[in-house]
Design a protein around this ligand. Structure first.
Ligand code: CP
Ligand code: NVA
Length: 304
């Protein structure tokens, strides 16, 4: 059987994604019931981090432990990868000793190169271009609160970044329409937009985009690696804060999501984050655990 990777949402079929979300809900129930389920006993997940993380590291590490396996934290500060050892060599070596590899890095191409040289499944845990694991949790969260997202309207407010790109892929795979509200100069990747024109609409104000939406999502204005652009971006994104008042113009059943970490007072108001029942950001964060366990099970057990 060929090794399956998860570098973007397009690596799974719409049916597989749907089944994975249902399985994540079931794995959440199993864990909450106290039942022991260890399908990955003696298996090791290598976790390569070249950027910071709280949710991603904790969810993968806890998920592997709950599954009876082990997770190995590899920071670029301490590995030879961080000192310039070629990605190809690192992939051959690490995959010869571990059962799956998770990578958070800058360039998407380096994850593709790693996967091309790996004998075990490789999972993209965020690159400058995509964050597909977050979308699994977001789709699970919507499903748990509101049911099927097929045919609904989702609005992305803010930067055309890695999360926005993964929402574009999700619009295709989960069959919803995506409105994107971003200032000029911060559009998502033009090729990705062109390839998904039938699924997305781009607006220049959040007010126009949000009207009637069933799910509203935002993210930080400056992503990891763009810290020096923070001030300039604060100016460009003025007027793009998602607030409870803005949410009032969405559908009456609308939910608010944010992958976190959030900057209250910038892309989201503190009131919406903390005191508005439409905000499901902490359910969304917890679901990283359950959705990724479903992913690990699919890639690691499914390919045994
Ligand atoms: N949402 C997310 O990926 O969070 P971390 O950066 O904390 O992993
Ligand atoms: N767009 C953000 C997501 C963090 C989880 C970043 O890349 O920093």
């Amino acid at each position: 059987m060929t090794t399956r990777h998860f570098l973007t949402l397009l690596d799974l079929t719409p049916d597989e994604l749907k089944a994975l979300i249902r399985r994540a809900v079931e794995l959440k129930r199993i864990r909450n019931s106290g039942e022991i389920y260890e399908p990955l006993k003696n298996q090791v997940l290598a976790m390569i981090f070249e950027k910071s993380s709280t949710r991603t590291r904790v969810s993968f590490e806890a998920g592997m432990a709950q599954f009876g396996g082990h997770a190995l934290f590899l920071s670029s500060r301490d590995t030879q990868l961080g000192r310039g050892e070629p990605v190809e060599d690192s992939a051959k070596v690490i995959s010869s000793m571990c059962d799956a590899v998770m990578i958070r890095t800058f360039s998407h191409e380096s994850v593709e190169t790693f996967a091309a040289n790996s004998s075990v499944p490789v999972i993209n845990a965020l690159t400058d271009d995509y964050h597909p694991c977050q979308l699994l949790a977001d789709m699970q969260t919507y499903y748990e609160h509101r049911g099927d997202i097929q045919g609904k309207t989702v609005t992305w407010v803010g930067d055309g970044n890695n999360m926005c790109h993964s929402y574009i892929n999700a619009a295709r795979q989960f069959d919803f329409h995506l409105n994107i509200a971003c200032p000029e100069g911060f559009d998502p990747n033009a090729e990705l937009v062109a390839a998904n024109q039938d699924r997305i609409s781009i607006y220049r104000t959040p007010e126009e985009a949000i009207k009637g939406s069933h799910l509203v999502v935002t993210d930080v204005w400056a992503s990891m690696g763009q810290e020096e652009e923070q001030k300039e971006r604060e100016k460009a994104f003025a007027g793009y804060q998602v607030t409870s008042a803005l949410m009032d113009t969405a559908d009456k059943e609308a939910l608010f999501m944010h992958c976190l970490p959030a900057h209250r007072g910038e892309e989201v108001s503190a009131e919406l984050m903390d005191n508005d029942p439409r905000s499901v950001v902490f359910d969304e964060a917890e679901n990283r655990l359950h959705a990724q366990k479903a992913l690990l099970e699919l890639l690691m057990v499914g390919s045994q």
